[in-house]
Design a protein around this ligand. Structure first.
Ligand code: PGA
Length: 212
């Protein structure tokens, strides 16, 4: 079953999240994970539970610290009440928030400690993948939000190299839309997609699910 992950980034109010969810009714045999902002997590969780939607929930970040005096941080113990997955190492976190190296290893460790599955983003095939990561998203920076995705053949080749000797799920991310998603999901080494911009519109995301 292919993974289709929606990364909303810093978008959507609770009301907008509720509208979106109301429009995702058919998950057509795909593993759907939606990653809202922290502010919408508890409402989205409530709706998924109440309507028994076959959608899993993920966070977009996790603190590298335990609970305590870390103003603004959201820790693994708190997230565990809400989500099963957490995105770690997204290129925007690396670029704007300095998430790198040791910090990313600690975030993955926190995720594991609280039984959250990290979705670890890398921007090139040489990037380090911390111990214990099982899901990797290959997202070349030039393809993110630009409308210029990598070619499916290139992404598939890189996924195959990333997998070498390791038991990993590898996803592709970067300018995936309902029109190109199948080109990626049909590739033998790609286990799904991570979708940013095109996941914000429920109608478009519903098409991505169906076309994948
Ligand atoms: P995009 O973003 O689909 O808007 O290119 C993907 C991502 O950053 O995860």
């Amino acid at each position: 079953m292919k993974f289709i992950i929606a990364n909303w980034k810093s978008n959507k109010t609770i009301a907008q999240a509720r509208d979106w969810l109301g429009q995702i009714t058919n998950t057509s045999n795909k593993k759907i994970i939606v990653c809202p902002s922290f502010t919408a997590l508890s409402q989205v969780k409530l709706l998924i539970t109440n309507y028994q939607l076959p959608i899993k929930l993920g966070a977009q970040d996790i603190s590298q610290y335990e609970k305590g005096e870390y103003t603004g941080a959201v820790n693994g113990q708190q997230l565990k009440e809400l989500v099963d997955y957490v995105i770690v190492g997204h290129s925007e976190r690396r670029q704007y928030f300095g998430d790198n190296g040791e910090v990313l290893i600690r975030k993955v460790d926190m995720a594991k400690k609280y039984n959250l599955t990290p979705i670890f983003c890398i921007q090139n095939k040489e990037a380090d993948i911390p111990e214990g990561v099982k899901i990797v998203a290959y997202e070349p920076t030039i393809a993110i939000g630009t409308g210029f995705p990598d070619t499916p053949e290139d992404a598939d080749g890189i996924a195959s190299e990333i997998k070498k000797g390791r038991d990993l799920v590898v996803l592709y991310g970067g300018s995936v839309t309902s029109l190109n998603v199948k080109n990626f999901t049909k590739m033998p080494n790609l286990d799904g997609v991570l979708v940013g911009g095109a996941s914000l519109d429920a109608e478009e995301f519903a098409k991505i699910i169906i076309n994948a």
